[in-house]
Design a protein around this ligand. Structure first.
Ligand SMILES: [Ca+2]
Ligand SMILES: [Ca+2]
Length: 522
């Protein structure tokens, strides 16, 4: 079976720099020295093997072509005794990121290898063709069975499959026609980019934090504290800024589906509210009533990611970031306004957005702004995010400035003296999570680039003050820093703190917080 690479790579013809290949296969007893190709990517004209996955009785080889000034080099990374050729089903996950290669079989402990030659950052697939089960025509024909073969851009796909009750048949994506085969898929969630599933916020009382919950968030609603599960421990990411003293005891909020974000706010003279952004069709607003949060209003949302409460004069608004289009395929997010007459939130303005992640509301010199983090449009992550300005004449938000972003996840606004800053967290540029996140400063009526920061799937910026000092922290959801990775080869999450240096007029690195499995105890 073969197909042109352009069928998968129709927007961009570069193979991802970081990716995983998930394969479920059954290999018969192979004669010694026999080599069979599971998957190849071949340049049609030159017949060069750009990428290949080859199976032998004792090893699994990943082959790739790397070009440098001296020419093109075929590189091979070999994993010993990957999975036995025992005629049984096995699921392998191969994860590639730069010079780091790992392979896990049946959700077992992964084998890590660091190669001298990293996987190329720019491997062009123009004019190339994929072959499944061969290396063009009959060469090295695969004689086993393949049930699942998935190529995923982004980081290691292992946490998306494992642990699994049936590790040998762990399912990521199985074609419908093959689903009747033995080994029923457990939970066939829509395929998303792996870093997107990394960010899950759970509400309620302290949930378990094990390998399964790794890199997931827990929001402690009663104390407004955000925690990240790292190495079996809940680590405080955002300390409770303002303790809600009147919250006597802990409460679980029952939400209709998985909650991705929560906003707690007060409407003067009315009370305290909490809005939850739920993944399924509706999101909910709760009102603090008789000592607990009670259901107040339900609003139609489309995979809501977050809510933002803000006020303009005495008007109270609530904006939702919708990640998915509605039933008619229209993509937009909605600003709701509190109706003091009806005592409800009512839709006020609809704004076209693209997989919106976050709204940031702020004021500059008495004018009101709203910035949306547009994550991606279709498969394209390199799109504009938009800053809207409140027009007091039309009483609407109008586009004021666009800023190019790459898989934008979060906006953070803050001021230093008379200066207004806006930082964006960029996660992914289509091939890599190694992408700069940027800080802008308000000058002459617009935001201008102030500083760029190297980040790795940046998901969140937070500013905080200690006395007179100003700090900016970024949460990287991925890290490929060689020095940190070398510690034990385990998954490392790196958060970096910068401090504003007034002399240098720049944010300089204050400290790294390496949070690998044993390191960080909050
Ligand atoms: Ca934000
Ligand atoms: Ca933030």
């Amino acid at each position: 079976m073969s197909f042109p690479a352009s069928r998968i790579f129709f927007r961009c013809d570069l193979f991802p720099q970081e990716f995983s290949i998930v394969v479920t296969l059954k290999v018969p007893d192979l004669p010694p020295k026999k080599n069979e190709y599971l998957l190849t990517l071949v340049a049609e004209e030159s017949d060069a093997l750009l990428l290949g996955l080859r199976y032998s009785p004792t090893q699994l080889h990943l082959l790739f072509l790397r070009e440098d000034a001296a020419g093109a080099w075929q590189t091979r990374v070999s994993f010993r005794s990957a999975a036995p050729t025992d005629g049984q089903w096995h699921t392998l996950v191969l994860a590639v990121s730069g010079a780091s290669f790992s392979l896990s079989a049946d959700c077992g402990i992964p084998l890590h290898l660091t190669a001298d030659v990293p996987f190329p950052a720019t491997l062009s697939v123009r004019g190339a063709r994929f072959f499944v089960g061969s290396r063009r025509r009959s060469k090295g024909l695969f004689t086993g069975l393949v049930r699942q073969l998935v190529l995923l851009p982004g980081s290691d796909a292992t946490p998306r499959l494992c642990p699994s009750r049936n590790a040998q048949l762990a399912v990521l994506s199985i074609p419908r026609v093959l689903q009747a085969l033995p080994g029923k898929p457990e939970d066939n969630e829509v395929l998303q980019y792996p870093y997107e599933t990394d960010l899950k916020v759970t509400l309620g009382s302290r949930p378990p934090c094990t390998k399964v919950e790794d890199a997931q968030f827990w929001f402690d609603a009663s104390r407004k504290g955000l925690y990240l599960c790292v190495g079996n421990e809940w680590v405080s990411v955002l300390a409770a800024r303002e303790r809600l003293d009147y919250v006597q005891q802990h409460q679980d909020l029952l939400t209709s589906s998985e909650t991705l974000g929560i906003e707690v706010f007060r409407i003067p003279g009315v009370g305290l509210f909490a809005a939850t952004a739920n993944r399924k069709a509706t999101s909910a607003i709760y009102k603090w009533t008789d000592g607990k949060f009670a259901s107040f209003q339900s609003l139609r949302t489309h995979q809501a990611q977050s809510w933002r409460h803000f006020t303009i004069g005495r008007k109270v608004f609530l904006a939702v970031a919708n990640f998915e289009p509605d039933e008619k395929g229209q993509e937009f997010s909605v600003i709701y306004k509190w109706s003091p007459r009806k005592l409800k939130f009512a839709p006020y303005q609809r704004i076209a957005t693209h997989s919106a992640r976050d709204w940031e509301a702020f004021e500059v010199h008495g004018e009101h702004f709203l910035a949306v983090a547009n994550h991606r449009e279709g498969d394209n992550h390199n799109i504009d995010s938009v800053i809207y300005k409140w027009n007091p004449a039309t009483r609407l938000f109008e586009a004021n400035q666009t800023i190019p972003t790459s898989g934008a996840y979060d906006w953070e606004f803050f001021t230093v003296g008379p200066y207004s800053f806006l930082a964006v967290a960029n996660t992914f540029n289509g091939t890599s999570t190694r992408v700069h996140s940027r800080l802008y400063v308000w000058l002459l009526g617009a935001f201008q680039l102030f500083q760029s920061f190297p980040t790795f799937g940046a998901a969140d910026w937070e500013v905080f003050h200690i006395g007179e000092r100003i700090f900016l922290a970024v949460a990287n959801s991925h890290s490929y820093d060689a020095a940190v990775q070398a510690q034990n080869g385990s998954y490392v999450l790196n958060s970096v703190i910068y401090e504003l240096n007034l002399t240098a007029q720049a944010f300089v690195k204050f400290q790294d917080i390496p949070t690998c499995s044993a390191g960080w105890r909050g």
